[in-house]
Design a protein around this ligand. Structure first.
Ligand code: S3P
Length: 435
């Protein structure tokens, strides 16, 4: 159903956001194969994380829900997962599928991984290739030069590898780390450009034999022991929509409590600061397994920015909302080497260029030395327009923020997709919207 967005004059308020999606996935995965019971508080309500929960239930893990966002996982131990009775449906969650391919390729039973229509378009060779080098027996649907779901995994004994990452992808890294946990020796990974390190941190929290030295990671087989309680800090990607909105509207100020601020994931804060955003970070739990902060952000006069290729992994999911910020900033912004956006839930280069152009933004793509680049010249106002989500949650939320800052109402074709990561998004927006 389409959704009408009326421009908003200011936002104000104090928010608590549900737990980070990436960290929630990992807590379920490691909690399930650890020894002992794990209580997880502030678990993500996203549909993607619900898909991971369902998957582990079908692998024989007892999981209890206590209230809206607290779950208890009864860990099955290192070899305790059971053969699923049927294909595991991972909904639309590419993260669940990629990490599960890594974990399940080490098990002594067969598993089939499937999902909804959009998941069938997500490329999987990036994880399958290193796993096959480890000896994994994985079959997938071949199309062109890549491989796609559904996936069939048969039992195999994995050997360790020395793997140099060729895409800066935390999902690929995590799949290899999970496989490495079960391989016969020490698996080594070298990351030329660092991607988010939630898996490494969570593995350490569960006592795994993992060593991280700069861009080098090594992991050896080890039993995991539950840390008993995990609090999942709020999702920085969800926070970024409100951060940009507070910057763009006049007389606005919001405080977002208990947000995860992992150095490998804080590109959006650094980028906004560089653009001149008035952001104050208050550290709450600096030494927790994931640092946790409160963020206070106020109306700001933003200026254009150059985001270089090496920074992209630290803000990959925030690029759409940063494009909105750049469209209303003073001067030119350049986002370099953003090709990975093409293989997200939709091609986010196309979805954002098409939507923002409809609103009168000056946005264009360029291929610089074969690397996709977006160049945006900031304008003073965006016009209300008919917008499309392309079935992609981050495109939808970014465009709703743009529409709230426009000079007249807009309409977006679909908001259902937002639940993939942030089911409370519209509710929270209404709470902080001071018209
Ligand atoms: C994620 C990693 C990123 C990110 C995705 C979540 C994760 O994907 O875009 O939303 O939880 O590991 P890539 O690993 O493909 O970069």
């Amino acid at each position: 159903m389409s959704y009408l967005i009326k421009p908003c004059r200011k936002i104000q308020g104090c928010l608590d956001l549900r737990g980070d999606k990436s960290i929630s996935h990992r807590a379920v995965i490691l909690g399930s194969i650890a020894k002992g019971r794990t209580l997880i508080k502030n678990f993500s309500l996203s549909e993607d994380c619900q898909a991971t929960l369902r998957a582990f239930k079908s692998l024989g893990v007892k999981i209890e829900k206590k209230g809206k966002d607290t779950i208890v996982i009864y860990g099955q131990g290192f070899s305790g997962l059971k053969e699923p009775k049927q294909a595991i449906n991972l909904g639309e969650s590419g993260t669940s599928m990629r990490m599960l391919i890594g974990l399940l390729s080490t098990q002594n039973f067969e598993s089939k991984l499937s999902g909804e229509k959009s998941l069938f378009k997500r490329p999987m060779l990036r994880v399958i290739r290193p796993l096959r080098l480890m000896g994994a027996d994985i079959k997938a649907r071949k199309k062109g030069r890549d491989e796609y779901p559904p996936i069939l995994i048969s039992p195999a004994n994995l050997r360790p590898i020395n793997f140099k990452m060729y895409i800066a992808s935390a999902q690929v890294k995590s799949a290899v780390l999970l496989a490495g946990l079960y391989a016969r020796g020490t698996t080594k990974i070298y990351e030329p450009v660092k991607s988010r390190d939630h898996t490494e941190r969570m593995l350490k929290l569960f006592g795994a034999d993992i060593d991280v030295k700069g861009k080098n990671i090594s992991i050896s087989p080890s039993e995991l022991i539950s840390p008993r309680k995990i609090y999942i800090p709020g999702d920085i990607s969800s926070a970024s929509f409100f951060m940009v909105l507070a910057c763009l509207l006049k007389k606005s100020c919001i405080r977002i409590n208990n947000v995860s601020l992992n150095p490998s994931r804080c590109g959006v804060i650094n980028a906004l600061k560089k653009m001149g955003a008035d952001i104050n970070i208050i550290y709450k739990r600096k030494n927790y397994f994931e640092p946790m902060v409160d963020i206070v952000i106020k109306s700001s006069n933003l200026k254009g920015i150059v985001v270089a290729k090496d920074i992209i992994p630290s803000l990959i999911d925030e690029l759409p909302i940063l494009m909105v910020a750049a469209s209303l900033a003073k001067g030119r912004s350049v986002f370099e080497g953003i090709g990975e956006l093409k293989v997200k839930e939709t091609d986010r280069i196309k979805s954002m260029v098409s939507n923002l152009s409809r609103m009168g933004a000056k946005i264009k793509t360029q291929a610089r030395a074969g690397k996709e680049t977006i160049v945006i010249e900031g304008v003073n106002v965006l016009k209300g327009a008919n917008l499309r989500s392309f079935g992609d949650h981050r495109t939808a939320m970014s465009m709703i923020i743009a529409a709230l800052c426009a000079d007249s109402p807009s309409r977006i074709d679909d908001v259902k997709c937002i639940s993939k990561s942030f089911p409370d998004f519209l509710k929270i927006l209404n709470q902080i919207n001071k018209l």
